[in-house]
Design a protein around this ligand. Structure first.
Ligand SMILES: Cc1cc2nc3c(=O)[nH]c(=O)nc-3n(C[C@H](O)[C@H](O)[C@H](O)COP(=O)(O)OP(=O)(O)OC[C@H]3O[C@@H](n4cnc5c(N)ncnc54)[C@H](O)[C@@H]3O)c2cc1C
Length: 237
């Protein structure tokens, strides 16, 4: 059924959810449309700078409740394996997107936001009002907040030039158990890409790397790539 929100937000990632919480806190009637459900894993380094904690506190979303890893040190390696270590003046936290996105989603619901699990297929503007189309209804609003990330079907709808160009990067992320200092975020460079390592809540290690697609496609699968490329770096092995 059609509703008449003040604001429609397209996309319920971090930007869309933070926007929904913020605007509903200011008294606006918000409908957020997100095509995927919650909770869900997302390819991400899962390291968040402490810079954003005051804003999250203001939103009433105290992420420290999720018991994130507290991170104050940084390690960086060059491709040749040389390591540099440094303290992080501001520091950060490690929290999984599985936990964080769901936490913000729950907060948006508690604030009274209307959240639809749908894919937006078109957005048009006429007479100063946006019409947002989803599978079986349209919504009208004076303000539409496009928080649909980087390579959405909406970019195709708007014929954005970059969407026709293939990204040269491939990202892989997984959670592991094992020993890694909870106080460190590491960025290890390897031939063909770079890899972030840090802990998140529950002592879990998040490993997330970006690989140049040209270097990746020589191998048949992720395991082969790990054995033939990542494990050649002593730190990553
Ligand atoms: C490999 C990698 C590692 C990263 N690591 C870090 C890190 O460690 N720390 C950090 O701070 N940042 C990191 N980032 C960046 C961070 O992930 C992004 O800045 C952040 O996710 C952007 O949030 P967003 O809400 O703008 O977009 P997204 O998180 O991409 O959210 C967009 C949402 O829109 C939805 N959507 C898209 N199209 C539609 C549609 N038509 N209808 C309905 N819904 C739609 C999608 O399902 C998605 O949920 C990383 C990014 C990558 C790629």
């Amino acid at each position: 059924m059609a509703t008449n929100p003040n604001v429609v937000i397209i996309g319920g990632g971090l930007a869309g959810l933070a926007g929904a919480i913020h605007l509903s806190q200011k008294g606006l009637k918000v409908t957020l449309i997100e095509k995927s459900g919650y909770s869900r894993h997302k390819v991400c380094g899962e390291y968040i700078s402490n810079e954003i904690l005051p804003y999250l506190q203001w939103l009433g979303a105290d992420v420290l409740q999720l018991q994130p890893a507290k991170i104050n040190n940084f390690e960086f390696t060059t491709r040749s394996g040389k390591i540099t270590k440094s303290e992080l003046p501001l520091g950060g936290i490690g929290v999984s997107r599985y936990a964080l996105d769901n936490f913000l989603y729950q907060k948006a619901i508690a604030n009274g936001c209307n959240i639809l699990k749908e894919t937006v297929i078109d957005v048009t503007l006429a007479d100063n009002t946006f019409t947002v189309a989803i599978s079986n209804q349209v919504l009208h609003a004076k303000i539409v907040f496009g928080a649909y990330g980087k390579r959405s079907n909406i970019d195709q709808v708007f014929s954005r030039g970059f969407i026709t160009k293939k990204s040269t990067w491939l990202a892989v992320k997984a959670h592991y158990s094992g020993s890694f200092n909870a106080d460190i975020v590491a960025l290890y460079n390897f031939k063909g890409g770079y890899c972030g390592i840090s802990k998140v809540e529950n002592n879990v290690i998040n490993i997330c790397y970006l690989a140049d697609y040209a270097s990746f496609k020589k191998y048949k699968n992720i395991d082969d790539y790990h054995h033939n490329v990542l494990y050649k770096d002593k730190h990553l092995k």
